[in-house]
Design a protein around this ligand. Structure first.
Ligand SMILES: O=C(CO)[C@H](O)[C@H](O)COP(=O)(O)O
Length: 296
């Protein structure tokens, strides 16, 4: 009975994620930015107090946003509103569910609250998105009830290299599982430290993750958006790359168009022209802290 209920709820939650396919979800820190995102064609906004670049710069403990800020953003836009909780912080998630946010992001961008357990996402009606650096991590989150996976990348750097690494890792293992024999699936489950049933489901459905796979962390240009879509992402999360650039409204529109028409170089040329200053990025070697290492 519980399994049937979980299966029914999972279908509804994953359906919501599927509606965001092909789009851009933008981090916004106030109502004005939320409006810029909506006007630019974002499919959803992520309400948070500081974009990842500022969280990284300022340090300190990063927590769930002030409910008043989230409510103001909910009242400003008609597109879905997501908000973040700390890894394992189910009390923050209960607050966001009661506020009727459309999606909860259990995010490594915030300071983790629990070093052993992620949130039991089956306990919630609201769908969750979680980050992953590899397929094992993605399947562990799906096993806990996540309805959407985003590759983590390295948020707040304006550097797409980690997003590319994580996406390539996930998609190459998906392809290998599709090609594996049924016997080898047990070995894959062991290697990935992931539920066998999910590995078998990937094999049975030709190498697709059981939930949509989006990309996050470090996307700063229209070409970055196209690159990760061509590598298998089905939608993009973008924060710092837009609101730490010289002309956020224009760059937001360009990244939306680039995500939609990611295979059309003519569109990519047009939207990349005269975009103003891009966010100043950070090399991975210069980082004190890798946010993607949070979670397991
Ligand atoms: O969903 C997210 C993480 O929880 C962020 O939206 C995403 O990582 C943004 O990263 P960046 O600021 O580098 O664009």
């Amino acid at each position: 009975m519980v399994a049937e209920l979980n299966e029914g709820t999972a279908r509804v939650k994953r359906g919501l994620a599927e509606m965001l396919r092909g789009g851009v979800i933008m981090d916004v820190v106030n109502a004005e930015q939320a409006k810029i995102a909506e006007d630019a064609g974002a499919v959803a906004v992520m309400a948070l107090e500081r974009v990842p670049a500022d969280i990284r710069r300022d340090g300190g403990v990063a927590r769930m946003s002030d409910p008043a800020l989230i409510r103001e953003i909910q009242e400003t836009v008609t597109i879905p509103v997501m908000a973040k909780v700390r890894i394992g912080h189910f009390a923050e998630a209960q607050i966001l569910e009661a506020m009727e946010v459309d999606y909860i992001d259990e995010s490594e961008v915030l300071t983790p609250a629990d070093e052993s357990y992620h949130v039991d996402k089956w306990a919630f009606q609201v769908p969750f998105v979680c980050g992953a650096t590899n397929l094992g991590e993605a399947l562990r989150r799906i096993g806990e009830g996540a309805a959407l996976i985003r590759s983590k990348g390295e948020a707040g750097t304006g550097n797409v290299v980690e997003a590319v690494r994580h996406l390539r890792s996930i998609t190459s293992d998906l392809r290998a599982i599709a090609a594996a024999s049924e016997q080898e699936l047990y070995g894959w489950a062991k290697k990935l430290n992931a539920p066998y049933e999910l590995v078998a489901e990937i094999h049975a459905n030709g190498g697709h993750l059981p939930v949509p796979l989006f990309c996050a962390g470090g996307i700063a240009t229209p070409a970055d958006a196209s690159l990760v879509m061509q590598l298998g992402a089905e939608a993009n999360f973008v924060g710092s790359g837009i609101f730490k650039s010289g002309d956020p409204a224009r760059r937001a529109r360009a990244i939306v168009e680039a995500t939609t028409h990611y295979q059309d170089p003519q569109t990519l040329i047009r939207v990349s022209e005269n975009l103003g200053e891009a966010m100043v990025g950070i090399e991975m070697d210069a980082l004190d802290q890798h946010l993607a290492d949070r979670g397991w």
